[in-house]
Design a protein around this ligand. Sequence first.
Ligand code: SER
Length: 273
Amino acid sequence: MTGNEIRAKFLEYFELHDHRIVHSSPLLPADDPTLLFTNAGMNQFKDVFLGNEKRDYKRAASSQKCIRAGGKHNDLDEVGKTARHHTFFEMLGNFSFGDYFKKEAITYAWDFLVNELKLDEARLWFSVFEGDAEVGPDDEARELWIAAGAKPERVLGFGRKDNFWQMGDTGPCGPCSEIHYYMGEDPHDPEKNHAKWVNGEGDTTMEIWNLVFMQYNRTQNDDGTFTLTPLPAPSVDTGMGLERITAVMQNVKSNYDTDLIRPLVEFAASLGR
Ligand code: SER
């Protein structure tokens, strides 16, 4: 399947499930001084999550152009070192604005990956927020993954760094649940396909999709401290790296070897010949 076909399949799947297909917003955020570049699919919906803007739809899906070269989500230090980071990428996402929440988000993600893309379940790992002093553990997401079909030992708990997502220092945020894909040999060998690779060193396991359960707005007080207040309605913001899922589907080890990027590399190389 080509990268273009994967993008189309994702959008068609969510359109079939009553999501409005929305165009990517520009890389320069129109009206948000908290961001240098658009860093996620949810940016253009920030005010919808906050309840400050109403749209004539409650579910959306997009393929958003993103740059992560500065600010809170900065991939610059990783680019060139891993097979899965590049400053510019496309993020496939489905969104719920006070409509569905964790159950549907998890069910859609499982269904799309396992039944539509036919990924090998033996290669999938799931992470959930294990909780901290501010927000409790996300046991609900753990149970929902297991109900969807995941083996309990494949659902791992992580802390704030990996499993609590916020756009910047302020703004909508919430616990998140990630799907990771084992890229190595012999997924049925537990010595090789091991939990230690999830959020670990190297490219053995790669995060492919992040489901954020948007529940809070983080604001900064005059004294510099931050406050977390519940959003008007629990919402969903997901993001799947198009180049990453394409690497998985095309069975290549590096995003740079997908049909989305390889021709660009070859063209650039040809200019120097
Ligand atoms: N906003 C979340 C992220 O960027 C999910 O899309 O990971």
